[in-house]
Design a protein around this ligand. Structure first.
Ligand SMILES: Nc1ncnc2c1ncn2[C@@H]1O[C@H](COP(=O)(O)OP(=O)(O)O)[C@@H](O)[C@H]1O
Ligand SMILES: [Mg+2]
Length: 226
């Protein structure tokens, strides 16, 4: 078997006297789209935050290409990742500025910024909104901006926490289809949290089920349409 891109080993996350996560082993390979399913409160968001190194585990290790995240430079690590949450976290400015911000922070040369921002606004179908303030966007449009902000960074790993859960069904299905096509085309390694089986089946090539902080099932997704 290929070396996994990310590997979790004997992970435990406690909050006070409560154990939120207890994961003996989990591996993610390059290019894989992993769906993380489970009921409310199961620990899906907590797992994502630990994988992204936004919260440190109580014990155990998370490795990226064999390197322990706890020993890695966190800024360097975070620059390889991007994250999209259920509620779009946007800056109070225009759509274009929002998509460009991460590239500015990373000091990508202005000409390249311009090309990449235009490309990703086009791919997420928000080019016509470029000069609009994010204040007057619909929920679906705002989430398109969030996805463009994340994807423009060409992350090595993309973390998605229920990105479509707040959207109406038609919008959700459309965006799911578009995102699926993008992830297949770019081969972006992705961890996709959802509580909907239909979304996981559509997008993921492996699905893990979490209950009460433990992985209770893991299977390759045979019904993926891609
Ligand atoms: N900062 C925290 N402090 C204490 N308990 C927390 C904290 N964050 C989450 N929890 C608890 O951890 C469990 C898992 O939460 P979460 O990861 O948000 O689940 P999910 O995303 O699957 O709904 C829940 O019981 C929640 O109440
Ligand atoms: Mg959650």
């Amino acid at each position: 078997m290929n070396n996994p891109l990310m590997e979790v080993d004997k992970l435990r996350l406690d909050a006070g006297s409560q154990t939120i996560l207890e994961v003996d082993r989990l591996a993610l390979s390059e290019g894989q789209v992993m769906g993380v399913m489970g009921p409310n409160g199961a620990g899906k968001t907590s797992l994502l935050l630990v994988l992204a190194s936004l919260i440190p585990p109580t014990s155990g290790t998370v490795r990226y290409r064999g390197e322990d995240l706890a020993r890695m430079d966190l800024v360097r690590w975070r620059r390889r990742t991007a994250m999209v949450f259920q509620e779009p976290l946007l800056l109070d400015t225009t759509v274009r500025e929002n998509v460009a911000t991460g590239l500015k922070i990373r000091r990508v040369p202005p000409a390249e910024q311009k090309t990449r921002v235009s490309e990703w606004m086009d791919r997420l179908k928000i080019e016509h909104l470029a000069r609009r303030s994010v204040r007057n966007l619909s929920g679906g449009e705002a989430q398109r901006v969030s996805l463009a902000r994340a994807l423009v960074l060409e992350p090595e790993i993309l973390f998605l926490d229920e990105p479509f859960s707040a959207l109406d069904r038609d919008t959700r299905e459309k965006m799911l289809e578009e995102l699926s096509a993008i992830l297949r085309a770019t081969r972006t390694t992705t961890v996709f949290v959802t509580h909907r089986q239909s979304e996981a089946s559509f997008l993921a090539d492996t699905i893990i089920h979490i209950e009460q902080g433990r992985i209770v099932g893991s299977q390759p997704n045979g019904s993926s349409g891609c």
